[in-house]
Each structure stands twice: as structure tokens, then as C-alpha cells.
Design a protein around this ligand. Structure first.
Ligand SMILES: [Zn+2]
Length: 172
């Protein structure tokens, strides 16, 4: 899992579940006890089970039970749902992309104007138009605020995200 995916997933299911999911990705099928072993017991069996249920809740992991013939207890074999994981990451990234695009659109459409003399609160186009682009306080001409930098940053972020939206999903 790339760090980017880990961060994204962590926001959705928590850090423990990300750790457990990472192990599930590397093992076709695995028991909860084996997972505890693989994290060097940094997570308790209780933590691991909680993480597994959380993943199961999001349909990111499923299990099959098998009765241990010796003890008579059930053993749970866990498996990651790769397709669902990919889909979830894609969905989240698309949502982020949408928010960034909306923000960009807003910034491009809503130019702000301010009086450099009074250092007043920036005004949207409609308000500036009303006073014929003159300051209400000192009558100085209002200047358009530069949001070019923010627009450029947003464009870069959008571009970056669009390019890599499913780049790191191949390794999953
Ligand atoms: Zn002014």
C-alpha cells in the first residue's frame, strides 16, 4: 500500500485497520492469531479482531470459519476484498477531486476586490460593481485581488490527482 492510500484509508477505518489490511493484502488467507504474530504483538488479539470487524463492516474483508477438530473451537480465516478496496479508494479520490474542482471554479468565478488604501475586507464582484469599483470609505479605486497563486495551486493539485488517481492501485 502506498503511503497515500494508507493515509486515505486511515481516515476511513482507522490506523489499526490499515495495518491489518496491509497484512491481509500480503496473505491469501490468514487467521487473526497469525496477524497478531505478524505485527509483533504490537496489537492485541482484541485490537486485531476489532480492526477485522471494522474492515468487514465496510465490506473490505470477509472470513470463513472452520472448526478445529482438536479443540472444537472455530478458527476464522480472513481475506481482503481487493476489488472493494480499490473501488473505495477511487471513490474517495473522485470525491476529493470534485471538491477541488468546485473550489477552483469558485475561485475563477469569484474575483475579489479591495481598497489598498484602507486595507478593507475584500469584496465580491457584485459589491464592488455597486460602488463602481470605488472604495466606500475613501473613494479610492478598488483593485482586483490576486488569487492567481491559489488557482495555480488548485490546478496543480487537480492535475496531480487526476494523473495518479488509480496509479498505485495496481499493486493492491
Ligand atoms: Zn478605501
Amino acid at each position: 500500500m502506498s503511503n497515500d492510500i494508507k493515509g486515505l484509508l486511515s481516515a476511513l477505518v482507522g490506523e489499526d485497520a490499515v495495518r491489518v489490511a496491509d497484512i491481509l493484502l500480503k496473505n491469501a488467507e490468514i487467521t487473526d492469531e497469525k496477524i497478531v504474530e505478524l505485527v509483533n504483538e504490537e496489537l492485541s488479539i482484541k485490537d486485531v479482531r476489532k480492526a477485522l470487524y471494522k474492515l468487514n463492516d465496510q465490506s473490505l474483508a470477509r472470513y470463513r470459519r472452520q472448526r478445529d477438530p482438536e479443540t472444537g473451537y472455530f478458527v476464522y480465516w480472513w481475506k481482503i476484498e481487493r476489488e472493494r478496496l480499490r473501488e473505495m479508494i477511487l471513490q474517495r479520490r473522485r470525491a476529493i477531486l470534485k471538491i477541488l474542482k468546485q473550489r477552483l471554479e469558485y475561485e475563477e468565478e469569484n474575483l475579489l476586490y479591495k481598497c489598498e488604501n484602507c486595507n478593507s475586507q475584500p469584496l465580491p464582484f457584485d459589491d464592488a460593481f455597486e460602488t463602481e469599483f470605488l472604495c466606500k470609505e475613501c473613494n479610492n479605486p478598488l483593485v482586483q485581488l490576486e488569487n492567481e497563486e491559489l488557482i495555480e495551486q488548485l490546478r496543480m493539485k487537480i492535475n496531480e490527482l487526476e494523473k495518479k488517481i488509480d496509479d498505485d492501485l495496481n499493486g493492491l
